[in-house]
Write a new protein. Structure first.
Length: 106
């Protein structure tokens, strides 16, 4: 699906075990940067590489966010939440419907 956030295209995926997964999600899953934990996923946000990606500045350690779980690099999402890979965050269905614009379904 083509989605816009604040008038910019973003790569999002509704977290689901049964829906089609985008290529960037499958790649991250294969690299073990995303893990399924029952009906929840743990995501290493700094590793996501969606088609629409913002340019991030590197931190003093040379990595985005420092590369440690304690610094908030990992995020968790439940089935039904949306993973916004472009902005590197997980949003609830309610916040997604309020803040994002679905342009078209594929």
């Amino acid at each position: 699906m083509l989605v816009r956030y604040k008038d910019h295209p973003v790569s999002v995926w509704e977290i689901s075990r049964t829906s089609e997964q985008p290529d960037w999600f499958e790649t991250a899953l294969a690299k073990k940067e995303i893990f399924w934990l029952d009906n929840r996923v743990r995501i290493l946000m700094s590793s996501l590489n969606p088609p629409y990606q913002k340019k991030h500045r590197l931190g003093s350690g040379g990595t985005v966010g420092g590369g440690v779980d304690a610094l908030g690099v990992y995020a968790y999402g439940d089935v039904g939440d949306f993973l916004d890979a472009t902005n590197q965050r997980v949003v609830s269905r309610e916040k997604f419907l309020a803040a994002y614009q679905i342009v078209e379904d594929e």
